[in-house]
Design a protein around this ligand. Structure first.
Ligand SMILES: *Cc1c(COP(=O)(O)O)cnc(C)c1O
Length: 400
């Protein structure tokens, strides 16, 4: 007689019980994260979990993720090249579309060369590892993105953390460091704060102390600077001042992926040594083709960048009129720091009930006590939509 399949769930293993205890602890701290499911393309108005909301939480700052020209380029390239790239770039996955995009990214950023990497997370992780060894030192702003931190931790370099944008502290650390290979790594625009790194001063310190400067421009690339080339263009810094530039293609460009840009020697070194580049499948060629079109749209439609800047000004003026506390961010990332996790969740829940979706950002994404609503603007928001968000937020702050 064969045993009937048991309908009882299997007894919990110690492994499962440990996971559940860790999850319960996170829940108790109000740090549990949940996903919501979209039924629409990216836009100011989204269909989420079956209802319509106005979203103030995406990184699609220029509203390109569903741009007809870019969608058409994606479609055409998929018809020609298919979907998968088939292998890593070093085996047989490097297509003409990837190659053209690298040349266009190098031109756009004013660098000798650029290298496509499948995600910004991988680019940061891989670059720090490739550029340092056990005799190196990495200097990191405390608020750097998790992918830079993970890169620093995985590398064997000594890691020095300096307080956010604190040039004096960094200078003291650089002066005291004996290492001959020093790398300063910072975000160009801080992802949860929206403020910028003082890159001209950082480049000055790097020069004085013979360090290399690496900038993660995930949030500036595509809209900052006169032509949208990012935070380096904004400050007028070239490859000599910022020898290692990382930009992402999934935010302002509305596509997916990332790149590293710099000298011929940098890119050749990364091709040899950047492990996430060497050991990972190349992006689909159609994504590269869509990204090339996104670069063309950025060139052809400067009004999108102007609109984004106008929205930032409108948001700040309208928040001030309502006595909503602002930070000194001049970018589309406008945080409202609320302090504790429970209040942040309550405020975000309250806004969602009124049809506004904003991110409730809590530790460990931000430091302890730094929970916040992360409001982000996109070029297709209306001024009246910004005003109505702020009215709802004002009422929420009074209730919670
Ligand atoms: C989003 C982001 C990344 C990661 O880029 P992906 O392409 O999404 O992996 C890296 N750095 C910063 C500052 C980011 O905001």
């Amino acid at each position: 007689m064969s045993a009937a399949p048991s309908r009882q769930p299997p007894a919990k293993s110690a492994f499962e019980r440990r996971l559940e205890a860790a999850l319960a602890e996170r829940q108790g701290l109000n740090r549990y994260r949940r996903r919501r499911t979209l039924q629409s393309p990216q836009s100011a108005a989204l269909q989420v979990d079956g209802r319509s909301v106005l979203a103030f939480c995406s990184n699609d700052y220029l509203a390109l993720a569903d741009h007809p020209r870019i969608v058409a380029a994606f479609r055409t390239a998929a018809a020609r090249y298919g979907v998968g790239s088939g292998a890593s770039h070093l085996i047989c996955g490097h297509s003409a579309e990837h190659h053209q995009l690298e040349e266009e990214l190098a031109d756009f950023t004013g660098r000798e060369r650029a290298l496509l990497v499948s995600t910004g997370y991988m680019a940061n992780l891989g670059a720090i590892n490739a550029l340092t060894d056990a005799d190196s030192a990495v200097f990191m702003d405390r608020l750097n993105h998790a992918s830079l931190w993970d890169g620093a931790f995985v590398s064997r370099a000594q890691v020095h953390k300096f307080p956010h944008n604190n040039l004096l502290a960094l200078e003291a650390q650089l002066a005291a460091c004996q290492s001959r290979n020093k790398l300063i790594a910072v975000d160009g625009v801080y992802s949860m704060d929206g403020d910028m790194a003082p890159l001209p001063q950082l480049a000055g310190l790097a020069r004085t102390h013979d360090a290399a400067l690496m900038v993660d421009d995930a949030h500036g690339f595509g809209w900052l600077g006169d032509s949208g080339a990012g935070v380096c263009e904004h400050y007028g810094l070239g490859q000599a001042e910022v020898p290692v530039l990382m930009g992402t293609l999934g935010k302002s460009l509305g596509c997916f992926g990332a790149f590293l840009a710099g000298s011929e020697a940098l890119i050749e070194a990364l091709i040899q040594l950047c492990r996430p580049y060497v050991y990972s499948t190349a992006l689909p060629p159609a994504v590269a083709a869509a990204t090339r079109e996104a670069l063309a749209v950025i060139r052809d439609e400067p009004e999108r960048r102007d609109r984004l800047r106008a929205l930032v000004r409108r948001f700040r003026a309208a928040a001030q009129e309502r006595s909503i506390p602002l930070t000194d961010s001049e970018t589309p990332i406008q945080p409202v720091v609320t302090g504790d996790e429970a209040r942040t969740l309550a405020l975000a829940g309250d806004l969602l009930e009124r049809g506004f979706w904003v991110g409730a950002i809590r530790p460990p994404t931000v430091p302890e006590g730094g929970s916040r609503l992360r409001i982000s603007l996109r070029a297709d928001h209306g001024f009246a939509q910004v005003d109505s968000l702020l009215d709802a937020l004002k009422a929420g702050l009074e209730r919670n």
